[in-house]
Design a protein around this ligand. Structure first.
Ligand code: NAP
Length: 506
């Protein structure tokens, strides 16, 4: 029996560090690390010790023979990676010892043993901020001030990860253990820019790391975008995750058809939550108000608009597979453009479009309403189709879109714009309007000594949870190198003074 990695792999490679035989790839330092959707266990090398399963923060690793039906294909998916990538990637096949990078971080070698502990503020308690805090706490003697503008920590783990992805949310428990670390001080409900300035925060710490993410949504720039009934998927996600800044009645599910613009993982998340049996959400992390509305929901059909073809769908294959296995939900590909079927038929086994091969194709008749009597709901993938206009008066009535046979209207009472997040300027920091990020060099903010960025405000809004581990290692490495080189400005206030300031201002 061997182990296999499954759908919710976070790619942070915590498993790689504990594998005694190097059978998990791609590993840190290997060419493909960071470029694959998940990590894979080589069944020919796995010795079935289970160390990876114990170390996985998101419960993604299981014995291949015990996988539940919906996950059984992951045994083959793990094996196929090694068949595809061939012998050079199969570094564990000799059952050699594990020398992967996570075990001995670069920066441990950077810091002289007698280096005075640093005091570092981390703004934002989502995954990027917490990986940075973890590096500082576990590999240096630094004191860490955790700051979050919201009253509860967790960032996108709490307010972004879908409520039915409970295993993924579990990584929040790993991070939460650091909240009570003896060298951590946490300030919740403290907004840098409102309660304290960036300069004040910097003056009380040796360095500040901003992990503030991408707090808003991208805009389509089409007529009718702001009609009632057209909302950003980021707002919908915040609604079902009980974000304190989104009203419980912010969403009404009274339409029978919903159009989702985009086909990335956020689009798939919202489509899944809308389409799945609300009864199956009991016991998940879904907000009570959202569950009530989902139980009343009239939605029968969710249409995912992709502006490119199936071969370029932005979602990961793992999330698509999960959607295909969702009980009570049918998937359909709208066969409106010959390029769609052609791409699906021509796709190689590893291509994204191949995942649609067993999905029925039909030329959808948009003049007919979704079947109101049907107990099943359906998700329609419409590729090569862009929204041109949101139409309606008091409320959205239809979305005008492009397509193979020309423009057409898709009647819909709700549209969710899932075209990506966007960073917002952080008071006191430079900002690049084009990319929505803070300009930096390996995490060091341009022109602001002692100030650093990590996560989506550094790289832009893409990449899953594990990508932040690599990103944080780079930023913390830069910070420590600056500290050793004497490039950090000296703080003028201490920890106690900052606590007093924060208490007074909040
Ligand atoms: P994303 O992956 O960048 O997808 C954005 C989608 O919007 C793409 O389909 C894109 O099409 C489309 N789009 C962008 N601009 C458009 C426009 N003007 N008109 C029409 N379509 C447009 O963004 P996301 O879904 O917000 O996800 C952000 C990151 O979080 C991703 O890395 C994602 O994997 C991650 N995430 C992961 C999970 C998970 O693992 N379960 C869940 C949620 C989010 P093009 O591809 O043609 O640009």
């Amino acid at each position: 029996m061997t182990f296999a990695i499954t759908q919710n792999c976070c790619t942070d490679a915590a498993c790689v560090a504990v594998c005694p035989v190097n059978c998990i790839h791609p590993a840190p330092g290997e060419r493909d690390f960071g470029a694959t959707e998940m990590l894979y266990i080589d069944p020919a090398a796995c010795i079935d010790c289970g160390a990876c399963a114990d170390a996985c923060p998101v419960d993604a690793v299981h014995p291949a023979e015990e996988l539940p039906r919906a996950q059984q294909q992951y045994a083959g998916i793990n094996a196929a990676y090694f068949e595809r990538s061939g012998q050079p990637e199969r570094q564990g096949a000799d059952h050699g010892p594990n020398f992967h990078a996570w075990g001995t971080p670069e920066f441990e070698r950077v810091l002289p043993a007698d280096f005075a502990p640093l005091r570092v503020a981390v703004v934002g308690t989502g995954p990027a901020g917490m990986y940075a805090a973890e590096d500082l706490l576990l590999h240096t003697r630094s004191d860490v001030t955790l700051v979050d503008r919201l009253p509860a920590p967790g960032g996108l783990i709490r307010y972004g990860v879908a409520p039915d992805h409970l295993a993924t949310k579990r990584i929040g428990e790993t991070f939460a253990r650091l909240h009570t670390h003896p060298r951590v001080r946490m300030h919740l409900g403290l907004d840098v820019g409102t309660h304290v300035t960036a300069a004040e925060l910097a003056a009380h710490h040796d360095a500040v790391i901003y992990a503030v993410g991408a707090a808003t949504d991208r805009r389509l720039g089409i007529p009718g975008e702001d009609l009632p009934g057209s909302i950003a998927a980021t707002g919908f996600v915040a609604w079902y995750n009980a974000h304190p800044e989104v009203a419980p009645d912010a969403v009404a599910l009274s339409a029978d058809r919903v159009v989702v613009v985009g086909n990335g993982n956020v689009a798939l998340d919202v489509a899944r939550i809308l389409a799945r049996d609300p009864g199956s959400l009991t016991g998940t992390a879904v907000a009570g108000h959202a569950l009530e509305e989902l139980r009343r929901s009239k939605v029968r059909e969710v249409v995912l608009l992709g502006r490119r073809g199936p071969e370029h769908a932005a979602c990961t294959g793992t999330e698509l597979l999960a959607l295909k296995n969702l009980p009570g939900v049918d998937l359909v590909v709208d066969d409106h453009d010959p390029r769609v079927g052609a791409a699906i038929d021509a796709a190689g086994a590893a291509g994204k479009a191949a995942l649609f091969r067993d999905v029925p194709r039909e030329a959808v008749d948009w003049s007919a309403p979704p079947d109101p009597s049907g107990r099943r709901r359906r998700i329609v993938f419409r590729f090569h189709s862009e929204p041109l206009e949101m139409r309606g008066d008091e409320n959205l009535r239809a979305v005008r879109v492009t397509g193979g046979a020309g423009e057409r209207e898709i009647p819909a009472g709700l549209a969710l714009r899932a075209i990506g997040y966007r960073g917002v300027p952080q008071s006191g920091l430079p900002f690049d309007e084009d990319s929505g990020t803070v300009p930096h060099e390996r995490g060091r903010v341009t022109g602001l000594p002692g100030t650093y960025v990590v996560g989506w405000i550094k790289r832009g809004p893409s990449g899953g949870i594990g990508a932040n581990r690599r990103c944080a290692a780079e930023t913390v490495g830069t910070l420590l190198a600056d500290a050793v080189a004497g490039r950090l400005p000296a703080p003028t206030g201490g920890a106690r003074a900052f606590r007093r300031l924060a208490r007074r201002r909040r």
